[in-house]
Design a protein around this ligand. Structure first.
Ligand code: DCP
Ligand code: MG
Length: 663
């Protein structure tokens, strides 16, 4: 292990500060990257594409939101602020009372996981810049490649431009799942929480006590053990709560660890200059709003500017920000709960060939049925999902007469659903079964093995495209800032968002038998920031002519759009406004989604239709057409741009790439 434990005295060197200056989302190992060069290349290669336009729309929306926020700030009177100041003081006392320094949490995260696994299988890759994925998207890059600015979620053809010697290795989930399982063998916390294939949270309080070892020593031991079992390195963070432990595990990556002592003053010092973006749940949009509208750059400033936060955000969001500013996070072990659905899906090169589509549908139905059999599940609701060539996502559901897991049943109904959509060129088909028969459902958590507590993010049924590579939208499934949504077009937004949704479904819902309550944990820890609607709510409160002025001065946010406060997630993952599914752990995507609805509202407001609450309802019913592009875009339809749409390019790139590979 190259990097040993860093004591808390290292905090004074503020190891995170350099992250401020690195490219995009400060992936570990990208500190020396020529940011400008990378940005220029990315810009040049994507300019004019739909992706680019989408980014521009997002940017415009964000600016709009920031302006709104500034306006609202400016309208706050000194007596408002003084009232909010009191609220903050009270909340600080209340939150402080919840501070728990009695636990020791460890967050462990594998280094360049997929790339490291591939290098194990092929040691000749060692020391060479390589990426896992294809020309359309890469899943991760090793640290050698990161020096060139190559990173997860980047289209491979851009990565190759940045690093001409970059070696591409196709993804192989079976391998990663195998190695992930190997890393889970340790005996430090039987109830550990696995966030994805390559990371886990462990409460090591008991093991530290029983063995008389420090958190840092346990982290060293665990990392050595992972290395000896797998040949892979990982990094760890040790702290009083999960939020801090996760921040810490990134500090000395790769192959390092960072321990934050469990005392308040060390925590507060650590937090004092920690950039807000380092906190899970604070994504690009929130970061910009906080920074550009309120001047909040560090976690500590969340406390200093608490009164603005309470004035402008909903109480739960403000509470979250304040607790971050105080270095608080969850320390309890989440409970288990059952999952709601099981699904299977497949991504492939877009095709309108009906025979091919029906054959893929049959394969998926078979896979889904197999999984249901294995899990002892029967269900009644079948949902078909399609992603069209133009990235439109369609979702069609049918309620069956009886509970079933039979592939024949599934296929019969899925075929009907698909038939109704044809002709159309499709790039993804997914089937989901939900509404389980609880009586025969084999979901007794008490039977659980450790693996049942794992959220197996990546091991679910998914086939990447037949060429073994991703498409652009897959790149947007990342939980970092490359997640892309359009606010200017409903359809595009849907498509992008649903891509995220589908990734999530592949990632979490589908495969877990019993999951931890981590979703809830994360929801509580992080999702509070997702209430983009809160901006609107408060904005409305500030308006003198608002209809709900009876509550205008009330600190409790009151929405003129009651269905938006807060954005409701039916069953914890379905947006009550439009039905899109986004589980709580996809914090950033949810935020984007919330932002989307907010944008809609703001646009409506500007166009004078703000009083209407119906658009969202129309969206739920799938009948809404206003403000949106035509629903069905023919595959061969030109978008009017003189540039080649980026997804077209990707398809071409894939083909070229695969041809190149075959040579
Ligand atoms: N992954 C992915 N798509 C992304 C991000 C990640 O498929 N947009 C996959 C590939 C990664 C794995 O998840 O190897 C773990 O993600 P991490 O963010 O932990 O990244 P790495 O483990 O690759 O690198 P690091 O050393 O920064 O943890
Ligand atoms: Mg990792």
């Amino acid at each position: 292990m190259d990097n040993g434990e860093s004591s808390s005295t290292d905090n004074s060197s503020r190891p995170w500060e350099s992250y401020n200056t690195v490219f995009t989302n400060a992936k570990a190992g990208m500190e020396g990257v020529d940011k400008e060069k990378v940005q220029r290349i990315v810009y040049e290669m994507s300019k004019g594409s739909k992706y680019f336009q989408n980014e521009e729309r997002k940017e415009a929306l964000m600016k709009h939101k920031i302006d709104h926020m500034r306006d609202r700030c400016a309208k706050l009177s000194s007596s408002d602020l003084s009232n909010y100041h009191k609220v903050v003081d009270r909340r600080i006392l209340e939150l402080e009372a919840t501070r728990d320094l009695s636990r020791i949490w460890l967050h462990v995260d594998m280094d360049a996981f997929y790339a490291a696994v591939e290098t194990l299988s092929n040691p000749s890759l060692k020391g060479k810049p390589m990426a896992v994925g294809g020309f359309s998207m890469i899943s991760t890059a090793n640290y050698e490649a990161r020096k060139f600015g190559v990173r997860a979620a980047m289209p491979g053809f851009i990565a190759r431009k940045l690093c001409p010697d970059l070696i591409f290795v196709p993804v192989d989930f079976t391998k990663y799942t195998h190695y992930s399982d190997l890393t889970r063998k340790g005996n430090y916390d039987p109830n550990f929480i696995a966030g994805s294939l390559d990371e886990a949270f462990l409460d090591i309080t008991e093991v530290c006590r029983e063995r008389g070892l420090s958190g840092g020593e346990i982290a060293e031991e665990l990392r050595s053990s992972v290395y000896s079992v797998t040949g892979l390195t990982c990094s760890a963070g040790v702290a009083a709560n999960r939020l801090l432990a996760k921040v810490c595990s990134d500090i000395n990556k790769p192959n390092g660890q960072f321990v934050l002592q469990n005392d308040r003053s060390t925590v507060m010092k650590f937090i004092s200059s920690l950039p807000i973006r380092k906190i899970g749940g604070i994504g690009k949009v929130t970061e910009h709003i906080l920074k550009d509208a309120l001047g909040i750059k560090t976690c500590e400033e969340m406390v200093h500017k608490g009164s603005l936060l309470y004035a402008l955000f909903s109480q739960s969001s403000a509470d979250f920000f304040l607790s971050v500013g105080l270095g608080l996070g969850r320390t309890d072990t989440p409970q288990v709960r059952s999952r709601k659905s099981i699904s299977s899906e497949r991504t492939f090169a877009a095709t309108g060939d009906e025979r091919l589509l029906y054959s893929k549908l049959a394969d998926i139905a078979e896979m889904l049925s197999d999984d249901m059999k294995k899990e002892g599940l029967t269900a009644k609701t079948l949902t078909l999902k399609l992603k069209t060539a133009s990235f439109e996502i369609r979702s069609r559901a049918v309620s069956l007469q009886r509970y079933t897991f039979s592939s024949d049943d599934i296929l019969k109904h899925a075929t009907k659903l698909l038939k109704a959509e044809l002709p159309v060129s499709i790039r993804l088909i997914g089937l989901r079964m939900s509404q389980f028969n609880e009586e025969i459902r084999n979901s007794d958590p008490s039977q659980g093995t450790i693996t049942k507590f794992i959220i197996q993010k990546d091991s679910s049924r998914q086939d990447l495209d037949d060429n073994g590579s991703f498409d652009l939208n897959a790149s947007e499934m990342s939980n970092d800032e490359s997640v892309s949504l359009s606010f200017g077009s409903h359809e595009t937004s849907y498509a992008h968002l649903k891509d995220v949704v589908e990734y999530e479904e592949r990632s979490q819902i589908d495969t877990r038998k019993v999951i931890t309550n981590q979703e809830c944990m994360e929801k509580e820890e992080r999702q509070q920031v997702l209430e983009g609607d809160a901006l609107l709510i408060k904005h409305k409160e500030c308006k003198p002519d608002t209809n709900d002025n009876s509550n205008a001065q009330n600190t409790k946010a009151v929405s003129v759009f009651p269905q938006m406060e807060p954005l409701l997630w039916v069953d914890g993952y379905k947006c009550a406004l439009c039905g899109i599914e986004l589980p709580p752990s996809f914090v950033e995507e949810r935020q984007e989604h919330s932002d989307f609805h907010l944008a809609q509202r703001l646009q409506n407001e500007e166009s004078g239709s703000s009083s209407s609450t119906t658009p969202s309802k129309r969206r739920i019913l799938g009948k809404e057409k206003e403000n949106s592009k035509p629903k069905k875009q023919k595959p061969d339809q030109k978008d009017g741009s003189k540039h080649i749409p980026i997804h077209t390019f990707f398809t071409k790139s894939n083909q070229n790439w695969n041809e190149t590979q075959k040579k």
